[in-house]
Design a protein around this ligand. Structure first.
Ligand SMILES: NC(=O)c1ccc[n+]([C@@H]2O[C@H](COP(=O)([O-])OP(=O)(O)OC[C@H]3O[C@@H](n4cnc5c(N)ncnc54)[C@H](O)[C@@H]3O)[C@@H](O)[C@H]2O)c1
Length: 428
């Protein structure tokens, strides 16, 4: 038996080091620097956090100074040229976890530097930006992927399996809600929240779930939205407390399917589950009702729930455990989906000989659950939503965006105004 300590390692750069880094990326790096990923096609491949780029560097410095269990050293870049320095520091892949309106610049720079890129949802805010990243990723022979962890939730995998297998037939309509606590909008995100809305931030989870689960043989047809203001910012301002979004698809048989997605970031901080998430999908022959946190566990601990510990926790997304075999772990589908990206990078770089790299790259790009080329409908909805909310904040509520109509790919119509506004000319 041959043993070797020579393990290939993907050196990763992290752009943005906030809440989601701590939730899902940190556990991956802490574990995978010493316990490589292993796949038959690649053998063992380590993943290490080599560098971080943020605006101030404060959180990363605090983490570096901490005694955190399996933390490895990394270079901490801060300031206006932090991204540039990170990209020049010899990383192989880059994860972009900055606020959503700052994904594009960071991802673009990383792709041009020929790094594989994983972008937090929503990938970008317009189809023009998506087109550019897609073109650059092709020109530079790298992967450009988006994180949609809900697709890795076992319940959602089963929903899709049942639909694709024809057990659930012909989705007709549904609703989804995702409500975040006030501490998010009024604390965690206070630095960048002005002019933003909770739908772009979290409705995308469900937009992708709907688009991926019930597609691809249907067409996005139109988008409308409204919402409320007055808690996070002024009632006549551009910062939204809650948003109700409606999207309509057309099946190949011309029947329509409509989905309402309600989002908020102003629910009370002592809400029992912290983040409230519920869906209902109705089919010709079935109804699927699911609650993302009420999965059977209800926990009450004196003085610790519902703040520090949750009454109705979702341990499937992300949880810290004492495993039956004695070790401490942190796992769940939120972490699994990040590791999947590194598996795909490992497959491209180490899954065969250099002369077949392009074939491996094409194979990984064809994965529609996370490739940016398959994110067109989600980005189209986000771009439409942002335009509709922008018009509402400017005094013109009730706009609708038609998708792939005679006048263009995304065309916004305003009540009482006969002139349509073209958001995107090409086909979505
Ligand atoms: N997958 C999920 O469930 C999930 C959950 C939360 C957030 N997110 C996504 O992750 C991203 C970040 O969210 P968060 O909650 O971690 O936010 P956060 O505010 O906690 O952290 C943002 C980080 O980005 C850094 N940053 C800001 N502007 C930057 C710039 N121009 N260059 C480099 N760094 C910059 C900040 O310094 C900070 O480290 C968002 O896109 C959000 O949608 C995903």
């Amino acid at each position: 038996m041959l043993r070797t300590n020579d393990v290939a390692t993907i050196r990763c750069g992290m752009i943005g080091f906030g809440m989601i880094f701590d939730d899902t990326y940190r556990p991956v790096f802490e574990r995978r620097s010493s316990e490589p990923l292993y796949y038959p096609a690649t053998g063992p491949v380590g993943v290490s956090l080599a560098a971080v780029a943020t605006r101030t560097g404060t959180r990363a410095a605090r983490y570096l100074a901490s005694e955190a269990g399996r933390r490895q050293p990394f270079v901490n870049f801060a300031g206006p040229d932090a991204v540039e320095k990170l990209l020049a520091s010899g990383v192989d892949a880059v994860c972009v976890a900055t606020p959503d309106d700052r994904h594009f610049a960071a991802a673009r720079a990383a792709i041009i530097a020929r790094k594989h890129v994983l972008i937090e949802k929503p990938s970008v805010l317009s189809l023009a930006e998506l087109d550019e990243l897609t073109r650059l990723a092709t020109d530079n022979d790298v992967l450009a992927k988006v994180v949609y962890h809900k697709l890795a939730d076992p319940d959602h995998k089963k929903l899709r399996t049942l639909y694709q297998d024809g057990v659930l037939q012909h989705v007709n309509n549904g609703y989804c809600s995702l409500l975040e606590p006030k501490s998010i909008s009024c604390g965690q995100f206070v630095e960048w929240i002005t002019g933003r809305n909770p739908a772009t931030y979290v409705a995308v989870h469900y937009l992708k779930l709907i688009d991926f689960t019930f597609g691809p043989d249907w067409a996005l047809d139109r988008v409308s939205a409204t919402g409320q203001r007055g808690i996070v910012g002024p009632a006549d301002g551009s910062t939204w407390d809650s948003v109700q979004l409606q999207i309509v698809y057309r099946h190949p048989d011309a029947r329509e399917a409509a989905f309402d997605i309600h989002t908020s970031w102003v629910t009370p901080d002592n809400f029992p589950g912290y983040v409230e998430q519920e869906v209902q999908f109705r089919f010709d022959n079935a109804v699927w009702c699911a609650h993302q946190r009420k999965r059977g566990v209800e926990l009450t601990v004196e003085n610790r729930t519902p703040g520090e510990l949750k009454n109705t926790p979702n341990y499937h997304y992300n949880g810290t455990f004492l495993e039956p075999w004695g070790e401490r772990s942190q796992r769940g589908y939120g972490i699994e989906v990040i590791e999947r990206f590194f598996q795909e990078v490992a497959f491209v770089e180490y899954g065969g000989t250099p002369d077949t790299r392009n074939e491996r790259l094409a194979k990984m790009r064809a994965l529609t659950y996370n490739d940016i080329t398959a994110d067109r409908n989600c980005v189209a909805i986000v771009q439409s939503l942002e335009a509709i909310l922008g018009r509402a904040a400017a005094g013109a509520p009730g706009c609708v965006v038609k998708v792939n109509g005679p006048a263009g790919g995304l065309v916004l119509s305003e009540p009482g105004n006969a002139t349509p506004h073209i958001l995107y000319e090409g086909r979505v």
